[in-house]
Design a protein around this ligand. Sequence first.
Ligand SMILES: [Zn+2]
Length: 311
Amino acid sequence: MKKKLESTDCPLCNSGRRTNFLTGKDYLYSLESFVIAKCLHCGALYTNPRVIENEIGAYYQNDYKPFLAKTVKSTALGKLRSAIGSMLGGSQNILLKVLSAHKVETVLDVGAGSGQLLEVFANRGISGVGVELNHQCVQSIRKRGLECYEGDLENSMQELSGHCFDAVVMIHVFEHLYSPIEVLRFAEQLLSPNGILYIEVPDAASLEAQLFKGYWRGYELPRHILHYNKSMIEDLLNKNGFMIIETNNVSLPSSLVESVGFLMFKSNKMPEWMYYCLFYFWKVFQFLLKPLIGTSSIAITASKLKALDER
Ligand SMILES: [Zn+2]
């Protein structure tokens, strides 16, 4: 699978001064090794050398989890599981709370994946539009009567030009971007004056990342181009026209379980029974330990600086 690699300067500050931070592997698919560099100027962690942008698609296979549609279960068991999920502060629950606090009625979901969030929005009367690179995902989203543009945000800008959104959300998408600063600019253009930007990313400064090192699920080499932590992403947003409203810790039990799998099996081959035993065990314990050890993901809510000037 080895594709063309390129050496790059820091994608956030353009400095070429760096040191090697760690070496990890693509445990999901290719088992190829990649290096994460640390910028000696701004401290950013970034994959270097990285796969060139127009070949990275080969590292996303059709069974990539975010592409798989999860059916919203209406059975009693399904409802119970979703209620427990909400109680334990999962990703979706935190996002919905933030959207509701900001009275959001229209959302752009960048990197909509299977369209699961768009479905959740539709069920709650929130008008959602998706942008997604994977052709099959876009087809499946449209078949369900939901609105989605195929491509990245840049090449969807023309179609989106008439739109104005109360929120732009990127759930585990931002770390995949080759030009995050450019994408922030597009997001800013698409937001209403009081609109909010909501970005969830793995936290490379989390205890989990420090413990698992090259086996940490959140590095997801070579698909993750930048490896953010709280101060790195807050600085980036502050410097690019946004003001931080809040940063939440988000529980993502699958991150720890898959990291354990990578460490034990040196691949993505953990038996399913083991996965689910560990998953539910960790889901409960992570919730209890959250105040002590934090979480493996963070979600940043920010508003446009211009909106504040106008107040
Ligand atoms: Zn830098």
